[in-house]
Write a protein that binds this ligand. Structure first.
Ligand SMILES: [Zn+2]
Length: 420
């Protein structure tokens, strides 16, 4: 009898625990807080760029911008094994891959993606026939190695079933958007009368880093948009594009905004990392988004110089700053709302207003700690410039039409609030 009571109590307690767990906020908690690291230049490993003749009439290539394929071999008649490694270590687990594959006759093959020891697979494969339009690999052809699940729940390797032929197949972690694509997009925008394009300087490896200016105001009131410090973060870049295009569009709201505010956009802070197919770093081997206090890297130093020169020459202010990134799920990393910049409340109000026009949108907002290290771009924009700032993170797998909508609606709500 006594034993029965103990068991009943145990069941009761377990049920209470289970129910309270169910009641917890199910939202993703975001990445671990960032920690201060040295941002002094370190060596990186460049890829050997070539066409790999695998035998059996099968070929692979990494000889294009944005590619990453560090080794590849034909393991048996139909199994191709690829090795994907980062530019250097330690590094965040964002294993980017991109390569082309073809064969001299039509055949079905298996392609296995393996990574550096201790790294798990992250990006669902995308396929393209022309390098411009991309589709997810059909799920029936996606074979994750369920015997190799690592901490975090992802496998250490995956295999995809592909049909290859003389028509080149592009395989990549996300849509391929290199510095060339960014240059084409910004050139197109700059044909509009109220948009100008210039550069803030050149990256370590000599690639121009463009800046767009949208607006016909004097520089008394400005906003700043950044993206692509981290090369694989294509979904954040897509949101940035939609955000910028909403400010560039020809309607009443955007016209009024451009009359009062100038918007500066640096769409690709790390073009060397992007074109070299890096997982995370610039060619100085550093995570640029940890260098906004020490400014040891050329790219961050150029952005800082551009912004501070702008302030000095105009005697104006930056009222808002956004840096677009990608992570596992959509999230906003904000500045603690206790702290007031040049337009207090702007970021929380913008996010709240977005919920009016995006169905079922329940934003995940994570305010930054007050005493954490101030080493990221949005810390710099807030603490040094007074701009109300936000790190706008898009999930790796967020549907592309929703990404576009979020970018566009964020810009519309921001313009409405800033004109009030
Ligand atoms: Zn990032």
């Amino acid at each position: 009898m006594k034993k029965f009571k103990v068991n009943s109590l145990l069941i009761l307690f377990t049920s209470i625990l289970f129910l309270s767990a169910c009641n917890q906020d199910p939202k993703w908690k975001g990445q671990e807080p960032i920690v201060r690291v040295s941002t002094l230049t370190k060596p990186i490993q460049y890829q050997l760029k070539k066409t790999f003749d695998l035998g059996n009439g099968i070929y692979c290539s990494n000889d294009f911008d944005g590619a990453r394929l560090n080794g590849v071999v034909l393991t048996n008649d139909t199994l191709v094994s690829a090795l994907i490694t980062p530019e250097n270590t330690p590094i965040n687990g964002s294993p980017w891959y991109a390569f082309k594959i073809w064969s001299n006759s039509e055949k079905n093959i298996y392609l296995k993606l393996t990574y550096l020891e201790g790294v798990s697979h992250r990006y669902y494969p995308k396929l393209s026939r022309d390098g411009l339009s991309w589709n997810n690999l059909d799920s029936i052809n996606y074979l994750p190695d369920t015997t190799s699940i690592m901490e975090g729940g992802a496998p250490s390797n995956i295999t995809m079933k592909l049909s290859v032929s003389t028509d080149t197949l592009w395989v990549a972690a996300q849509e391929l958007i290199t510095s060339k694509h960014m240059q084409d997009w910004t050139d197109d925008l700059a044909t509009i009368s109220y948009i100008t394009k210039s550069t803030i300087g050149e990256s370590r490896d000599g690639r121009p880093i463009p800046v767009l200016k949208i607006g016909v105001a004097d520089d008394k009131k400005m906003i700043i948009v950044l993206s692509r410090q981290h090369p694989p973060e294509v979904t954040g870049y897509l949101a940035m594009k939609a955000f910028v295009e909403a400010i560039a569009t020809d309607n009443e709201l955007a016209r009024r905004f451009r009359d009062e505010y100038n918007t500066y956009i640096i769409p690709m802070v790390n073009p060397d990392g992007v074109d070299n197919g890096h997982w995370r770093h610039n060619t100085g081997g550093i995570d640029l988004n940890r260098d906004w206090e020490d400014f040891n890297q050329k790219e961050t130093t150029l952005v800082k110089a551009f912004l501070t020169n702008k302030l000095e020459s105009s005697k104006g202010e930056f009222y808002f700053g956004v840096d677009f990134h990608s992570t596992f799920h959509d999230i906003f990393y904000t500045i603690d709302p206790e702290l007031k910049g040049n337009m207090p409340g702007l970021v929380p109000d913008m996010i709240q207003a977005m919920t009016e026009d995006i169905p079922n949108f329940d934003p995940n907002i994570k305010p930054g700690g007050l005493d954490g290290p101030k080493i990221s771009s949005t810390s710099f924009l807030f603490y040094e410039l007074g701009a109300e700032s936000v790190t706008f993170e898009i999930g790796d797998d967020t549907p592309r039409d929703l990404i576009k909508k979020k970018g566009e609606i964020a810009a519309i709500k921001l313009m409405e609030l800033m004109l009030k």
